[in-house]
Design a protein around this ligand. Sequence first.
Ligand SMILES: C[S@@+](CC[C@H](N)C(=O)[O-])C[C@H]1O[C@@H](n2cnc3c(N)ncnc32)[C@H](O)[C@@H]1O
Length: 312
Amino acid sequence: MTDSHSEHLPVLLNETVESLAVKADGIYIDGTFGRGGHARQVLSRLSEQGRLLGLDKDPAAIATANELSLQDPRFSIEQCSFADMSAVVNEHLWQGKVDGILLDIGVSSPQIDVADRGFSFQKDGPLDMRMNPDVGMSAAEWLATAKVEDITFVIKTLGEERFGKRIANAIVETREHTPIVSTTQLAALVDKAMPFREKNKHPATRTFQAIRIYINNELEDLKAGLEQSLDVLAIGGRLSVITFHSLEDRIVKRYFRDEAKGDDLPSNFPIRAADLHPRIKLIGKATKAGEQELAINPRARSAVLRVVEKVL
Ligand SMILES: C[S@@+](CC[C@H](N)C(=O)[O-])C[C@H]1O[C@@H](n2cnc3c(N)ncnc32)[C@H](O)[C@@H]1O
């Protein structure tokens, strides 16, 4: 498995690092290290006393991060989910002391580009899709055993694919005589099950997204990651989150809105907004990539950055 020819262009780089309002001596967490594009920018703003902890599930990301940690003593890395951030922060005795956290959700370009990882419907590879291939079930293992109702539910809800039932039926019929083990095999099967083709969109796009989100427990991780981020932040600390599709952005937007509102009392209850004990305040509006960035990185098209500051 190699990704030496695959780079990851960090998305909304300046906007995100600016949004963290980095303090030179502060403690920071990059919960999605990837290839360290954002992390290196944060490090460039830290003094010798500053600290940056990187997290990632992916072994290739960890390999890059290990190299960085050897060169820069301010940086350390843990292979885990950001959903387990609190435990790692406890080990560093940093609970309530973290000045900023970045979550750049989703997959990295090398994960998509390296066929062996099994994320791409365009490149033939084993149907894996795990960010950490040492943990949990691969996509092929899940599709070999899951009930047709569960496959339908995943494709419909996590892929927002209206033909989820047809696709799930085709998967279950096929697996009775042929195991579904490769990415292009699944892509061809989905293509055949679809009643028509959409312009400029591969028919398996939504199905692959759905299975990837399910296999990696992405939405549950995101919810837990947001909660744990607020727990470990210092008062005045910032949380900046970049999402890549509407299911993720909805979770972030609602969570931030609810936490910025505070206690859930009827809107006509005679109480001042500050007495509702909001935990955070929203910093600016949702930010999207500008034309200049989109011209060099089309992947930034669907990226949305949201930022909050902990106040309680
Ligand atoms: C979009 S990339 C991040 C790119 C990074 N900001 C950079 O500039 O290189 C997302 C990364 O997050 C990792 N990831 C996704 N979900 C994760 C989770 N729950 N916990 C830890 N890492 C996760 C992926 O393995 C991937 O490396």
